[in-house]
Write a protein that binds this ligand. Structure first.
Ligand SMILES: [Zn+2]
Length: 137
């Protein structure tokens, strides 16, 4: 396993709220660190002191793992009512399952607090691309 690459992928999974991937990468890194192996390089914190990186990465992995597991558990509890997703920006309806939404690169999936259970709001791939393009102007 390449800890630098796994650390990068974990960050990406967290920003996409791709919970199954967060669980996978966080667990892989925790297992790696528990074996006493070197910590991944952290862009801002890394001053060559491996203990600093190790402690920070360990805490970040544990936090993101809890966050992901809680989100997946919440989703499981509400699963009976079915999955519905709409884009918070343009209103486009999303695919019929959480996994397909992640596949199609929907991001920022969250429960719609004002709707019946099982309804999510997120950012559709088009709006996401649009915002990325605007942020580069
Ligand atoms: Zn949209």
């Amino acid at each position: 396993m390449d800890p630098d690459e796994t650390w990068r992928l974990l960050g990406e999974a967290c920003s996409k709220m791709d919970w199954p991937a967060v669980v996978e990468f966080a667990n892989a890194l925790l297992e790696w660190l528990e074996k006493g192996r070197f910590a991944p390089r952290m862009t801002n914190l890394d001053d060559g002191n491996h203990e600093v990186s190790r402690t920070a990465v360990f805490a970040a992995c544990q936090y993101s793992l809890e966050w992901a597991e809680q989100s997946l558990a919440d989703f499981g509890n509400r699963d009976e009512t079915g999955f519905a997703l709409a884009c918070i920006h343009c209103g486009t309806r999303g695919p019929e399952s959480y996994v397909s939404a992640i596949d199609e690169e929907w991001s920022n999936l969250n429960y719609d607090p004002q709707a019946a259970s099982g309804r999510f709001l997120g950012k559709c791939p088009n709006c996401r691309r649009q915002q990325l393009a605007n942020s580069r102007l």
